[in-house]
Design a protein around this ligand. Structure first.
Ligand code: ZN
Length: 209
């Protein structure tokens, strides 16, 4: 079963993570995980610029080091670079020291292009982070989860069906996850322009976290 909207129970169990914004006029918080990736991230930036939308990019550090020009463009266009580990590590399968060091490596890449901000933003790959890992990073990072998962990475889902679900379930304050990855690109090309057009038409703005 695909769960597009994070259940209230999870938000209740993990109140220290950010799932959505509670005080928030007509704002939606778009997030893009796993980039930067040539062509895909560039497509995202182009779409966002049409609606003057600003977004948060949870980047994989090794992709930043591979594609520094794209990272620079993200910042120059007013978006925010956030941390998604250097190697897209799975928290539950990684020893805490290794995990924390991998986050720091990603942050070094980010700060080549963007001034330091405390706390910085971090999203654990797969949404999986152990309590111990969270405790190690919580003074330096705010952990951002999500309210709406678009399933753009799921090529077995019809994009038409997916679109209807995410349009219906997104509300003011929602944190929405897309992926600027090669795998998600076919669905992303369908979903993102339509999502932006729909909510811009309803008077929503799109902002960084
Ligand atoms: Zn990821």
């Amino acid at each position: 079963m695909r769960i597009f909207r994070t259940p209230a129970l999870l938000r209740y169990l993990f109140p220290e993570y950010i799932w959505r914004k509670t005080i928030s006029g007509k704002n939606i918080y778009l997030t893009f995980d796993d980039g930067p990736v040539p062509e895909v991230t560039e497509f995202v930036l182009q779409q966002l610029s049409v609606y003057q939308a600003k977004a948060t990019f949870f980047c994989v550090g090794e992709n930043i080091s591979r594609y520094p020009e794209i990272a620079r463009n993200i910042v120059e266009q007013g978006h925010y670079l956030a941390n998604h580990t250097y190697n897209h590590l799975r928290g539950w399968a990684t020893e805490t020291n290794t995990y924390v060091q991998n986050i720091a490596l990603c942050q070094d890449q980010i700060e080549k292009y963007q001034p330091k901000r405390e706390p910085s933003l971090f999203r654990p790959p797969y949404g999986r982070i152990r309590r111990k890992q969270f405790n190690e990073i919580k003074s330096a990072y705010r952990v951002i989860m999500w309210d709406i998962l678009t399933y753009d990475f799921d090529n077995t889902l019809s994009p038409e069906v997916g679109l209807q679900r995410i349009l219906k379930q997104t509300t003011a304050g929602s944190v929405v996850v897309f992926h600027d990855s090669v795998k998600a690109f076919p669905n992303l090309q369908y979903l993102l322009p339509r999502f932006l057009r729909y909510f811009a038409g309803l008077g929503y703005s799109f902002n960084t976290l």
